[in-house]
Design a protein around this ligand. Sequence first.
Ligand code: KIV
Length: 304
Amino acid sequence: MSSTNTGTPTPKSITAPGLLKQKQQGRKIVSLTCYDYTTARLLDDAGVDILLVGDSLAMTVLGYPDTVSVTMEEMLHHARAVSRGTSRSLVVADMPFMSYQLSTHQAVENAGRFMQEARVSAVKLEGASPMVLDGIRHMTAIGIPVMGHLGFTPQSVHTIGGFKVQGKSLKDAKTLLEDAQKLQDAGVFALVLEMVPVEVAAMVTSQLDIPTIGIGSGNNCDGQILVVDDVLGRYPDLSPRFVRRYLESDVLIKEAIQAFRQDIETGAFPNNETEAFGFPSDLLPSLGDTGRSENTDQTPQPVS
Ligand code: KIV
């Protein structure tokens, strides 16, 4: 056992099979997205169970309007940084759009890159198409843990026609329940349910042995995930109703930067005594001569 900053005892490290036990014991799974080393260290230390290197970084870090533009190389770059900052949390990498939809071979190869090059512990894929299910079966067969993702699947935003709740008709709810079962049968160790009605998410959660991780799907899931920038209040472009802000960091950051700017403009920063380095005092008298002898064209500057 190790201990976080708050003194709460936490298990040494989170594993995919450990999350199944967590569901069985009725302990909620705490998850956040994470895209960089410094934030990974903070979240790991705060006791977050799963750090998802979500392709939402396309929007929150890279400024794209949706997730479809982010590439394998960009995802690997961020996944490596998060892995380096993590010692306890389970790091899951989102497989980006077009990195697993072409063939099972392509899907397994790219999942392997996340494991080998970024040293994550699992990957996440969206949907339950026959191709995705086949990819999951192959990955799990060779030892790559996979997380599923149903409901609103952001990589299909252009087919869905916007950020919309999924599973609202009887037919759609039934399809969702069937897809969830197919994903469990294919071998996923956990399932993200995004923007699914509370009652449908509850049914999926009680139907499955594996844990469900909800986002905008109510309180009956086995765990919850949110985008870290939403929780910290530093991504203003979207504010879905399911987000709860625990910090208004955009306000705090702007105030801090304005104070910094003001200190520079007034000369209050830096303080030469405490925030800079002085020349050795015994050599100070000769400093002017040094400038004169080395460069005869240069007018000696008084040292203050
Ligand atoms: O990319 C992401 O951030 C996600 C979560 C919202 C589940 O897939």
